[in-house]
Each structure stands twice: as C-alpha cells, then as structure tokens.
Design a protein around this ligand. Structure first.
Ligand SMILES: Cc1cc2nc3c(=O)[nH]c(=O)nc-3n(C[C@H](O)[C@H](O)[C@H](O)COP(=O)(O)OP(=O)(O)OC[C@H]3O[C@@H](n4cnc5c(N)ncnc54)[C@H](O)[C@@H]3O)c2cc1C
Length: 494
C-alpha cells in the first residue's frame, strides 16, 4: 500500500512509541497514537504533584551527543532538544570511595590504575558500536541481507577491528578476569553497580558488547533535560502532530482484534473502535498478550535472568543537601547487602533554580532502587496494612542508605511519596510493573520487533537494544524498517 494510505496505530506514547510514530508520520503515513494516561512519556514521563514536577523513572538524558541516536532523531524531526551537558554524569559512592564520572576516565584510572587496558578495549568497542548504530541497527538480523549490511558497515567503520568480535560471546566478568580485575572487589562492585542500572544485570551475566556501550555513557555525555525528562516525550508528541498524525490521551487499548496472523482493529476502554493496517505496540510482550488474547511467544528466550521492577521515592527537598555535588545525580551503594532491593540507590535532583520544577527554594528528588515485583503483589493480596507496612519499611531502608552518605538527609525532606511495582503496573500498563527492559545477557538471545502477527510489531525497551531513550529510539527505527519491508512485500503479493 502507498505510504500515504497506510493507517498505522501506535499503542502507547512512551518514547519508543512516539519516536516510531513521528518518523512514520514524517514519511507520510496516517498515524494515530493511543495513550492510556493523560500525559506522554511512560517510564520517561515527568508528572506534576503538589507544586513539584517529578521525573517518574528516567532522569538522565543520554544519546544527545553529536551523532547519537537522540541527536539524529531531533535533526530528522526538526526538534531542538532543550538539553544541557552535565559536567559529571553522576557520582558513585560506596563507603569512603567517591568517584566522579565525567567525560574522561581520569578519576577512575587514578583510583584503579590497573584498569587502563580494560577501558582502552571498552572505548574501541564502543566506537565500533556507535558507528554500527548510526542510522539504525539491523539487529537481530533477519537474513543474509542484514548480516551483509552489518559486516560492510563494520569493516568500513573500523578496519582492524575484527578482534572485537570475540567480545560478542563474553560476559563482563570474563572480560574483567582477562585483565586480572576480577580480584579487585571495589572495582567489580563499581562495574556491577553501573551495569545494574544500565543493563539490568551484573558482570557475571552481562554481555561484554552491551556493557561496552553502557559503560560509555559518561564519556558520550549525560544531559540534563530542561523542564524534566518528560519534555522529550512532549516534543515527540508535538512532532507526531506537526507531521499530520494524532496523539489521543485517556485512550487505553483493551483489545486487539485479529484473524489468523492479521490484526485488523483495536478497541479502547471508552468504547471507541479503530481500524489499522499496521499496529505498533509500545508494550512489553506480556502486556500485549493480554490485549490479543493470545500468547505472543517470543521467537527466542530472552534471558535466563529475571526482569526487575523499581521502588521509587519522590521527595520535595532542600537543595542545599546536595550543594557539594558536581552533578545532579549520585549513585550510592550501601554499606551492607547485595546490590538492589534498597541496598543500591540512584538519586537525581532538579536544580534549585529550575523554574516550575519545585516550590520556591526546594527541589524535586527521585530516589530509585531495583526490586523484584512478586513480593509486592503478594503483599497487596494480603491487604492494605501488609502492603503499606512493606512500603514504609522500604522507604526507611532507602532513607537509611541515603543518610549513610548525606547524614542531614532526613532533615532536608519536605514531602515524600513512594511508587512500588504495583504503582508502575497501574501507570505504565507494564505487566507486574517490570521496567528497565530485559537483562542484557546475550547478543544472540534478543527479541526483535516481530510478533506472531504479520502486521503487529513491538517497540520499546523489551526489544533490542533494550532500555534507555537512545535504546528505544534505535529499536523504533528497526520496527519501522520491518514494517515498511512487510508493507512492500504485501504490495508485491497483491
Ligand atoms: C527507574 C527508572 C530509571 C531509568 N533511568 C533512565 C535514565 O536515566 N535514562 C534513560 O535513558 N533511561 C532510563 N530508564 C529507561 C527508560 O525510561 C525506558 O527504557 C524507556 O523510557 C521505555 O520507553 P518505552 O518506549 O519502552 O515505553 P514506556 O515508557 O513503557 O511507555 C509505554 C506507554 O504505553 C502506555 N500504555 C501501556 N498500555 C497501554 C494500553 N493498553 N493502551 C494505551 N496506552 C498504553 C503507557 O501509559 C506508557 O505511556 C529508566 C527506567 C526506569 C524505570
């Protein structure tokens, strides 16, 4: 079908769904985005509460560097992103070890001098991967054409880089062991804490190639999004409309109608029905399965590791508490316990002088930790008192870890609200509140956009390359590529 006559419905106005919608609308397709909430952004939304504007989940803008996925997307859509580079991406703290992560590795090399060869390899690998990702990544490859394209790009991009291929099947821990770094518990803990927030798993399971890109973030640049991270989704929603598409809010899709391998329409909770030639679902596959009434079995097993949800505190605070920090983000690994479940926290605060983010003289703070969803849903089933007690205990635990590094923290708090996996499920429609995408343990066992329906594709952080703004934008390009190929094939067959 001519692109101009192609009726595409996107379920969900997360960054992945909106990026796909805007790019397709720009190409001329008729695009409608249906969003359950009354604001866009999903995990990367900014919401208003009692005079504050809190970032719901994501807080750091990444991929905005020259040639990065967000930079390229903005240029293509004519969006000027309101982002400012952070001098230091974030500060890492564990007991007395305080490490700033600026766009150079000087501080890390000073503290861990033996790690220099590891970082050299990481930089080479990241350079090759950024080059491969330019203009979209044809992965997981669909046939010989995609593989040949990748090989051509790789050879042209970095001659002499063939040895980097050996990393494709390595874990980060094997990579560390190769350099003798596995024997330094401080270094392994530092790397594990970085991988947990970016790849949803730690060095023993994380794939080395995925890690090379994740560990590159402080170097390629972390950005502060003015007005909160949700501004990105708001601008993308504006672009969809500028290119002739529509973004409809309070439109929760409750059913997808299909015959055999073809989807033909959708129904929303307010009783509307829409026809569609193609559907892009900005949802995890488990949530999509609930809409199609069928099990959308992934083509391959994603990972042996379980996925995470998040426990988050949204606080109004006195910004003076953080006045000595060189950045707006600090990652704290507590003195005791395994990583996650409140023992590692990521703290982000709005600048005290940013208009509209907080009442005069205060700042909006987000503190997050990884948590498994099951105990939260079990607590909810046991009744309000049990659930509230669990929430209270987690809140105390997080504030305890914050106070290890900022002893005055409790005195600086003016207001506090908590979100659990139950909250995440309610506000993002993600099954069991599973956020952050899949644990990135293998390059080969990854899910692509295809589903068991010919004209229904996934976008978002449950498909390769996974979580983060640049991640879901790269995945959205792949989904569009496959959608357009499928459309061409259908036209040829008719
Ligand atoms: C705590 C946390 C911190 C993070 N930190 C960062 C960070 O600092 N930087 C970074 O780049 N990334 C970060 N991420 C990851 C990033 O936020 C996500 O990977 C990304 O935003 C996911 O986008 P998505 O396209 O998958 O859509 P989602 O964000 O999942 O959005 C999906 C949208 O679909 C809507 N929806 C769901 N069901 C329906 C339905 N049935 N009908 C209609 N609409 C529906 C939802 O309301 C939602 O708006 C973080 C994530 C979390 C949870």
């Amino acid at each position: 079908m001519e692109l101009q006559n192609l009726n595409v419905v996107v379920i969900g106005a997360g960054v992945g769904g909106l990026a796909a919608a805007a790019l397709l609308a720009r190409k001329g397709a008729m695009v409608t985005v249906l969003e359950a909430q009354d604001y866009p952004g999903g995990c990367a939304a900014t919401f208003a509460r009692e005079g504050y504007r809190f970032d719901a989940g994501a807080t750091i803008g990444c991929g905005f560097h020259d040639g990065g996925p967000m930079d390229m997307l903005g240029k293509e859509l004519g969006i000027i992103w309101p982002v400012l580079p952070e001098a230091v991406a974030w500060q890492y703290r564990h007991n007395s070890l305080h490490l700033d992560l600026p766009p150079q590795r000087l501080g890390i090399l000073e503290r861990f001098p033996g790690s220099a060869p590891f970082w050299k390899e990481q930089a080479d690998l990241a350079k090759l991967l950024w080059h491969l990702a330019e203009g979209g990544l044809s992965w997981p490859a669909k046939g010989a054409r995609d593989l040949a394209r990748l090989a051509r790009k790789g050879i042209a991009g970095l001659p002499g880089s063939a040895y980097l291929l050996t990393f494709a099947t390595k874990t980060v821990f094997e990579w560390l062991a190769f350099h003798g770094l596995d024997r330094d518990p401080d270094f392994v803990r530092f790397i594990d804490a970085q991988l947990l927030v970016s790849l949803q798993t730690t060095s023993r399971y994380a794939n080395a190639v995925n890690a090379a890109i994740a560990l590159d973030l402080p170097l390629s640049g972390a950005y502060r999004v003015q007005g909160g991270i949700g501004t990105i989704a708001e601008l993308l929603a504006g672009a969809v409309e500028d290119y002739g598409g529509a973004v409809l809010y309070r439109k929760r899709v409750i059913r997808i109608d299909s015959v055999r391998r073809q989807v033909f329409g959708l129904e929303t909770s307010d009783g509307s029905a829409l026809a569609a030639d193609f559907v892009l679902a900005n949802l995890p596959p488990e949530s999509l399965a609930l809409l199609t009434g069928m099990e959308n079995k992934p083509e391959v097993v994603i990972s042996e590791c379980k996925q995470w949800s998040a426990f988050i505190l949204y606080l109004g605070m006195d910004p003076d508490l953080f006045s000595t920090l060189p950045t707006h983000h600090v990652q704290i690994v507590g003195a005791r316990g395994e990583l996650a479940e409140g023992n590692t926290i990521f703290v982000s605060f709005s600048p005290g002088d940013e208009p509209g983010r907080a009442p005069q003289g205060l700042c909006a703070v987000t503190i997050s930790t990884h948590t498994r969803p099951e105990p939260w849903f079990q607590a909810q089933e046991k009744g309000r008192a049990v659930y509230q007690e669990m929430k209270r205990a987690f809140t105390e635990h997080l504030l305890g870890v914050l106070s290890e590094q900022f002893p005055q923290a409790r005195d600086a708090i003016r207001s506090i609200t908590a979100a659990t996996p139950v909250t995440w499920e309610r506000y993002t429609g993600r099954f069991q509140g599973l956020v952050g995408g899949y644990p990135q343990t293998s390059l080969f066992k990854v899910r692509g956009p295809a589903t068991s329906f010919d004209n229904l594709f996934l976008v978002g952080d449950s498909i390769f390359p996974g979580q983060s703004l640049p991640g879901v934008v790269t995945g959205a390009r792949r989904a569009i590529e496959l959608l357009l190929q499928r459309n061409k094939k259908t036209v040829r067959e008719q």
